[in-house]
Unconditional design. Structure first.
Length: 73
């Protein structure tokens, strides 16, 4: 779990560095009209959904692994 969080933080830091160097006209337009907050909000919701799905999947796999180990004994 800690490894996943570290990888995600590293990927986002690389993404943030690459996007800060660019001046995108569309982003300026969205920022001036206030719609950038909607875009950021939707991206955050999608990211939170993916992370929660992965955490749920990890918990299920851990549970199944423990059940398989108990059956082998």
């Amino acid at each position: 779990m800690k490894r996943l969080i570290f990888i995600l933080l590293f990927a986002f830091s690389l993404l943030a560095n690459s996007t800060m160097a660019q001046n995108v006209e569309m982003a300026d337009g969205l920022r001036s009209s206030g719609k950038i907050y909607v875009v950021v909000g939707v991206l955050c919701i999608i990211f939170i959904g993916i992370v929660s799905y992965l955490m749920n999947l990890d918990n299920k796999l851990t549970k199944l692994k423990k059940e398989i180990e108990q059956l082998k004994k």
